[in-house]
Design a protein. Sequence first.
Length: 198
Amino acid sequence: MKKPLSKLTHISAGYSFRGKIIDEIDGVAKVIQMRDVSIDKGINWKTVVKTNTPLKKLSGNSEVWLKDRDIIFTARGHHNYAYEITDCPAKTVLSPHLFKIRVMDTSIVIPAFLSWQINQKPAQAYFSKNTEGSAIVGIRRTVLDNLPIFLPPIEEQHKIINMIRCWEKERDVLNTLQANHRNMMDAIASNVLQGNKS
């Protein structure tokens, strides 16, 4: 079964700031921008800025705030990917060039599965075909709304997500081993080339 993304989720653009987003030490809210999001590493919270104006005026239950299991979608540039947010701090918003995708019914589609599907070749080919702009390319809201989503049974979605998480753990272990090997090789090369005894 296939459905357009808009029939499965609530989609909204990031918060519309008037002017530059100002980094303030005593800021009441965190603002996730394009530069802070990576498909491989997730959100780099060290680079996420805090700001006050005009977010001070928003209530604690405002719909602009992100929640756990919301999906962030990068709409600007040549890499249009999705990332499911977890352990989301209170009062966190997205900048205007990001979309927030919130699943309506998690008994029909799992946010992690939806995020994974958006990042796969069929969806990416759809975005490439529908990208607009020349100097600064991007994905329009209507394009995202109409993205076709394939819906296997929920049990199959869980199996796919569990398999992906196992692969990600294996990847992380391999990356750690490779980094350790590089460090060992650097140490050996330093000793040999500087004439030190190993």
